[in-house]
Design a protein around this ligand. Structure first.
Ligand code: HEC
Ligand code: HEC
Length: 302
């Protein structure tokens, strides 16, 4: 190796020489490199002054008023607060308007109705979807929640926007007593098979045993008490003869029967669970699933 050694270049060295041919020169680094280094050093000072650089528990270096005049006073929290304020300003405008409006008026107002579609989605996911399923598609009976599907046009308590608002604001709890002591097994069989065929009035038992009192003379139910329509073959709980027998035998929400079907829609006004504005938004949102009925409060029995 020592044969390939260059002749002394004449450059000055620091005097450190290793292994005879490895010397420590005192050359300047390239100019571009020095400019870069200097610029970075200046940038560090500028940045240090303008932004919170030394993390102190609640603020940065110069962000609490001790900054050099003209410094940025920027903090991530301030930036977020400014963004939030923008959002609140936009929302505040809508919230203020809908506060004094009836649900139907909100629905009719294009701008508000669109706003509600967006905020209602979050409210629904947070408060309702656990029972009614995302977008009101319902949950399976296996979960035992028996919360009705909300995106069809079959309503227990009525599908006008006012009735939907009522359901959410005050809760709903249908009541049908158990019939295990008042009816014989044969009578339950006969009633269940008539109901399963969507023709409950085909047996005289339907009138004789008082089913008409709640389900109406035609068996189509009454929205005022949420008694299901038994003539449409749309099933609240079960459409199999066994399932129907079960409903007749144990009733719905009958506190006296341990095996009763439980189906309780919570009251969302109670204890301020949701504000009136939020309930209105939800009524509009649910109505817009598409199953809502435009206008007139439906007659008690239809
Ligand atoms: C704990 C489960 C549960 C939660 C949470 C719940 N619901 Fe219900 N909801 C029910 C049940 C059960 C019924 C049916 C009550 C009955 O059968 O009497 C019902 C009924 C309704 C009805 C009436 C449907 C009809 O056919 O007339 C509407 C509307 C409704 N819920 C909307 C909502 C909205 C909106 C929310 C969220 C704010 C919500 N529900 C949260 C269980 C729930
Ligand atoms: C006190 C009122 C009342 C009486 C009386 C009554 N029901 Fe009901 N029934 C209801 C209500 C309310 C519901 C719906 C409960 C709910 O969905 O929360 C219901 C639901 C049902 C269902 C479930 C329907 C479905 O879609 O799954 C059947 C079946 C049924 N009733 C049959 C009968 C028969 C048969 C009789 C007569 C022996 C009868 N009911 C008497 C109030 C009554």
């Amino acid at each position: 190796m020592s044969d390939n050694r260059n002749a002394d270049s004449g450059e000055t060295t620091t005097g450190h020489v290793w292994d005879d041919d490895l010397a420590d020169y005192t050359n300047q680094p390239p100019r571009w490199w020095m400019i870069g280094l200097t610029a970075s050093a200046i940038w560090v000072v500028v940045y240090f002054l303008m932004y919170p650089a030394i993390p102190i528990a609640t603020s940065g270096t110069f962000t609490k008023g001790i900054g050099v005049p003209g410094t940025g006073q920027w903090t991530a929290v301030k930036e977020m607060e400014a963004d939030m304020k923008d959002v609140d300003d936009v929302r505040g405008k809508f919230e203020k308007r809908l506060k004094d409006m009836a649900p139907a008026a909100i629905l009719a107002d294009k701008e508000l109705s669109e706003y509600v579609s967006r905020s209602g989605k979050v409210l629904f996911s947070d408060n309702c979807a656990a029972c009614h399923g995302q977008n009101g598609i319902g949950t399976t009976d296996k979960q035992g929640l028996f919360a009705p599907i909300l995106n069809d046009d079959d309503w227990l308590y009525g599908g006008t926007i006012e009735q939907i608002f009522e359901s959410i604001a005050n809760g709903r709890q249908g009541m049908m007593m158990a019939h295990k002591t008042s009816l014989s097994a044969q009578e339950i069989d006969a009633l269940a098979s008539a109901v399963a065929q969507g023709n409950p009035t085909s047996t005289p038992l339907f009138t004789e045993k008082g089913c008409v009192a709640c389900h109406g003379a035609n068996g189509k139910g009454m929205q005022a008490m949420g008694s299901a329509n038994l003539a449409d073959k749309v099933w609240r709980f079960s459409g199999t003869p066994e399932g129907i027998k079960y409903t007749i035998t144990h009733g719905v929400n009958d506190a006296g029967d341990k095996e009763t079907r439980n189906a309780v829609m919570p009251n969302f006004s109670a204890a301020g669970k949701l504000s009136q504005s939020d309930i209105k938004k939800l009524a509009v949102y649910v109505f817009k699933f598409g199953g809502g009925k435009a206008s007139d409060p439906a007659p008690a029995a239809n």
